[in-house]
Design a protein around this ligand. Structure first.
Ligand code: ADE
Length: 757
């Protein structure tokens, strides 16, 4: 098969010209190719088989069927077909950095933290495949591709098999790659736990530099079935026994003794790593697992900013009044009520009355108008003085409005129940001063492969972690207030309402905690992993689950009110407005359910999976889709109003403010569209895909990018105003509260930025 691989270079297969040989994959060779219609570079796998045998058809169709698998860590299959000579071929995304085997050749070691980062991405891909009833059967570094942004993609589903087919259970012809193959797969009975075993072998190899069992194929297969893997600690003394125990459990001979799922394996490994990453320091670190090495603050905000391991836990801090740093322009005062009325949340009337109650009193308005007048007639000295008075006034009002609305109604991911990702209270950061933002603290949170965000309420920041903990931190200093533990990782953005924090977990439960103490109020089960972030409206918590269902629970008791089905997984979060819950699903559809009964009102179809959380404004619901488009549907009927195109897949959720919808796209751009017509107002490019959902506050749009940076753009013009670099991609949405900006990065850190004092 391999000897004539170069003969294909230069040939045309279907619409693709083969340019260069990349390597041999299962059943064929992979070439760098050019799509002659678009000049886009792709990878083409030419299967050097003729489809005469049933087995060959099976493997071709098997891999082609993985086209329906769409996951951030599974290589997207773009096309397949037969060439003129009936040679079958498959077309996939080209990963320019090759495979993890290229990056880490045989015999080399990979630092544990990096190995876990790779493995957690592969575990989420495998978990997804397993939930679709597919077993990969050939998990190894050669089948892990590195995308240009550094993310890892699982490839080569050529021998994947359906979990429930009798074929896979009885097949005696063992497929797979011997050093990575589990005992049950070697005896022809692969199952999801076989992929878990193979991933554990890969981790063992990365950590120690060698696979546990070596030798001739038959000998290796016998060792897999009968021998314990050699001690890892003996080879790598730094590794903690906790990490070794977790790996060895995934390597159990009997699949029943392994973890119940690949995701559970990785979550436990991450937890073991976070609590005791290295033997030498395990004792010290075990005392307090996270927030252990918060970076020294470049800007001094509070004397005791470092999160010291031994620091006593502070009590809840009162809201900070950003008196010295707030600023407002005369014109923004005029548009204030207009902006607020554009907020469409269900709770909007309540929110708005709360805001109005605390918005500028008549006296202040008169005073500020007078001050504005002074600015116009006065000299620069007067201007500065006036500006400072304005700042103080506005900061106090904004801070009060924010605090009291939050106290009454809570905040959630996106700041309101309709997930419009708009902080309408923000009057401190604006397009003029945002360029001065500086990092004030940084905390360690295990959030590598996730796109969930923190939420801030009453001066406390809440963030879930893949180590299974929910952290409450002082929003100003980053100091830990309390930690609450659950059974598995948290990859859902918390929602805080009426003194309760709601958060979904990978263990399938929705949790409610007391926001000031961290005490567990209740646990409500769903039938699958929860990635979705809960939304709370009118005493009901709504959350999507991987069991393809939307759940509604009583916010006080956790009692299940109703469950509504969708046709596929729901990873995105629901949004609620005017008695209707909206939720996107991976079956390409946006669903609308009655918020009280759960009865389906309508569905609207897009051209791709929906990973984006909808947002609603002025009777229109907006949502992004994997078909590259942002859609606007009538919120009551589901009738499509318009669809606006971007250059690539949309994972990001829309943000709406002042008649403009903002959304990120994997084409590296942030877009602004007219909310009524869908006409593009502007688009700005970053150096990485924008999976992050933008947030708008006081004329500034904030978004993260896979280029590791957090950006602030002027909401009207799209001009870049500020950027800050983190240690890895930013998939999550930034949060702005009381003059501070927060964002989580894949470098496992949560960053906080503020204006200088
Ligand atoms: N090797 C195997 N598949 C590949 C792909 N899709 N991109 C780059 N290198 C590869």
């Amino acid at each position: 098969m391999m000897k004539d691989h170069l003969e294909y270079v230069g040939r045309v297969v279907g619409d693709y010209r083969l340019l260069r040989w990349l390597g041999g994959g299962g059943f064929g060779n992979v070439y760098l190719a050019e799509d002659m219609r678009s000049s886009v570079q792709v990878a083409v796998k030419v299967l050097q088989i003729h489809l005469t045998k049933q087995e060959d058809w099976r493997s071709f169709i098997n891999e082609a069927r993985t086209m329906r698998l769409r996951h951030p860590h599974i290589v997207p299959l773009l096309d397949f077909g037969l060439d003129r000579h009936d040679t079958p071929f498959l077309v996939m995304e080209y990963a320019p950095q090759g495979t993890l085997r290229d990056r880490h050749p045989i015999g080399t070691r990979v630092p544990l933290a990096i190995a876990i980062k790779y493995a957690s991405q592969m575990a989420s891909a495998l978990q997804y495949a397993h939930e679709a009833h597919l077993v990969h059967r050939d998990v190894k570094p050669e089948n892990m591709l590195v995308r240009s942004d550094g993310t890892i993609l699982l490839s080569d589903f050529g021998i994947a098999t359906t979990v429930h087919t009798t074929h896979s259970r009885t097949n005696k012809g063992m497929l797979g790659t011997v050093p990575y193959v589990s005992p049950e797969q070697a005896s022809g009975k692969p199952r999801a736990a076989s992929d878990q075993y193979s991933l554990a072998i890969v981790l063992y190899e990365w950590i120690s530099g060698r696979v546990p069992f070596e030798g001739a194929a038959l000998d290796v297969a016998i060792q897999h079935a009968t021998q314990l893997p050699p001690s890892l600690i003996a080879q790598v003394p730094d590794i903690s026994s906790e990490v070794e125990d977790v790996l060895f459990k995934a390597l159990a001979k009997d699949y029943k003794d392994r973890f119940p799922s690949t995701q559970a394996f990785l979550v436990t490994l991450q937890r073991a790593h976070t609590s005791a990453p290295f033997r030498s320091s395990a004792v010290i670190r075990a005392a307090k697992p996270t927030f252990k090495d918060v970076a020294p603050p470049p800007v001094k905000v509070q004397p005791s900013m470092n999160v010291a391991l031994t620091a006593p836990r502070p009590v809840l801090q009162p809201e900070k009044t950003q008196s010295e740093t707030a600023q407002v322009s005369c014109s923004s005062l005029d548009t204030r009520s207009q902006k607020l009325s554009a907020i469409p949340s269900p709770a909007n009337s309540a929110f708005l009355s709360a805001v109005r109650k605390y918005s500028f009193s008549k006296t202040w308005r008169v005073l500020l108008v007078l001050l504005c007048g002074l600015v116009i007639v006065g000299g620069s000295y007067t201007y500065v003085t006036v500006k400072n008075i304005q700042r103080k006034a506005v900061a106090k009002e904004a801070s009060n409005a924010y605090s009291s609305a939050v106290a009454q109604h809570g905040t959630m991911f996106g700041f309101d129940a309709a997930h419009t990702h708009t902080n309408s209270y923000e009057r401190i950061l604006d397009s003029d001063n945002v360029s001065q933002l500086q990092q004030v603290w940084r905390a360690n949170v295990s959030m590598q492969h996730s796109d969930y965000s923190p939420a801030v309420a009453r001066g406390v920041l809440y963030i879930g972690s893949l180590d299974g903990n929910l952290y409450a931190l002082d929003a100003i200093s980053g100091k830990e207030i309390w930690v609450a533990s659950v059974n598995a990782g948290l990859a859902s953005s918390p929602a805080i309402v009426n003194g309760t924090v709601y958060v979904g977990s990978l263990d399938g439960n929705l949790y409610a905690f007391d926001a000031s103490t961290g005490k567990k109020d209740w646990i409500a089960p769903s039938g699958g992993i929860i990635y979705s972030s809960p939304t709370v409206a009118n005493g009901i918590v709504y959350v999507g689950s991987w069991d393809n269902k939307l759940y509604a629970f009583d916010a006080i008791t956790g009692e299940q009110k109703w469950v509504a089905p969708t046709a596929a997984h729901t990873e995105a979060s629901p949004a609620v407005a005017d008695g209707v819950v909206y939720l996107g699903s991976l079956d390409n559809k946006l669903y609308a359910f009655d918020a009280i009964t759960g009865k389906q009102k309508w569905t609207a179809t897009t051209g791709g999976d929906i990973d984006s959380s909808p947002a609603i404004a002025n009777g229109i619901v907006y949502v992004g889709s994997w078909d590259n488009k942002l859609y606007a549907f009538d919120a009551m009927t589901g009738e499509q109003k318009w669809a606006a195109s971007t250059g690539s897949i949309i994972y990001s959720s829309p943000a709406i403010d002042n008649g403009v919808v903002y959304i990120g796209s994997s084409d590296y751009k942030l877009y602004a569209f007219d909310a009524r017509t869908g006409k593009q107002k502007w688009a700005v490019a970053t150096n990485g895909g924008i999976d992050s959902s933008p947030l708008v506050a006081n004329g500034v749009v904030y978004t993260g990018s896979l280029d590791h940076k957090l950006y602030a753009f002027d909401a009207i013009t799209g001009d870049q105003k500020w950027t800050a670099t983190t240690g890895d991609s930013i998939n999550s949405s930034p949060i702005v509260a009381n003059g501070m900006v927060y964002v989580g990065s894949r470098d496992d850190k949560l960053y906080a930025f503020s204006l200088p004092e």
